[in-house]
Design a protein around this ligand. Structure first.
Ligand code: ATP
Length: 252
């Protein structure tokens, strides 16, 4: 669905991506893991067209979006949920959700978005309960749900989820990942940047490891989870299969 070749991205003179090659397969969950500053968010921002970049980003084999602007990219159904949520604090939950429809609806569109709203409220009943509440007064977890809900209102084909578990309690992280799987089951392709490599690799089909702006390793998540280099660097201290991880108590 998205095929990236020789992608470079820049912050002024800083080259943050140095020739990325990556595939986001249709209908699958692809995850990015890597240490802080590796370039994961920069990769997402390049796909959504929000930072300076060059190379090739082919969508469905026939459209190179590398020179398209963020609005054109969003209109193609590639929707980003940015790191840090960025909901509109002074708008209610439902008003925030409505802003997501601007992508297909325009600012003063008259079409109904009742169906989209129903889908979001089915997925996140808490948003329905709080639909009149102002976004600033919601908890971090609720704001993250709202940010994802707003992206779903945009009728995404591909969701770029940047650090959806950031700042959430362990209980909410689990709930958030279940929702991500549910969203994927509706046919939406997902590219996930996630610090919690263990969970990300558990729910994803394919994994790419990024270090210093380059792809260091890639493959099916189920295979990479058993790779001792991944286990050592990203999943905890023990490397042999079947041992318990000290931090989480989970079996690797
Ligand atoms: P994190 O998980 O910490 O967000 P990341 O893998 O997403 O890390 P990026 O945020 O993509 O990493 O950063 C990649 C590189 O680009 C880093 O060296 C970072 O310092 C640099 N960088 C990111 N944003 C900017 C910016 N606005 N100006 C200058 N350099 C930046």
């Amino acid at each position: 669905m998205i095929k990236i070749e020789d992608l470079h991205a820049y912050y002024g003179p800083i080259e943050a991506l140095k020739g990325i090659e990556l595939m986001v397969e249709k209908g699958k969950i692809t995850c990015l893991i890597g240490s802080n500053g590796a370039g994961k968010s920069t990769l997402m921002n390049s796909i959504s067209g929000t930072i300076a970049h060059r190379g090739s980003i082919m969508v469905n084999g026939d459209t190179n979006i590398v020179r398209k602007n963020p609005r054109q990219i969003a209109r193609m159904g590639i929707i980003q949920v940015p790191e840090g949520r960025h909901v509109f604090p002074g708008l209610s939950v439902e008003e925030n959700l409505q802003t997501g429809t601007v992508v297909w609806h325009g600012y003063f569109g008259k079409q109904s978005y009742a169906h989209e709203l129903e889908v979001v409220y089915d997925l996140f009943p808490r948003l329905k309960e709080r639909r009149k509440q102002l976004a600033w007064s919601m908890s971090g977890g609720e704001q993250q749900m709202l940010a994802i809900g707003r992206a779903l209102m945009a009728r995404p084909k591909v969701l770029l989820l940047d650090e959806p578990s950031m700042g959430l309690s362990p209980l909410l992280v689990g709930e958030m990942f279940e929702k991500i799987v549910e969203i994927n089951k509706t046919g939406i392709t997902i590219l996930l940047n996630e610090q919690n490599a263990r969970l990300a690799m558990k729910i994803s089909d394919n994994t790419y490891v990024i270090e210093q702006g380059k792809i260091k390793m890639s493959g099916p998540s189920a295979d990479l989870r058993d790779d001792p280099r991944i286990a050592e660097a990203y999943l905890g201290k023990h490397t042999s299969k079947g041992k318990m991880n000290q931090e989480s108590g989970e079996s690797i």
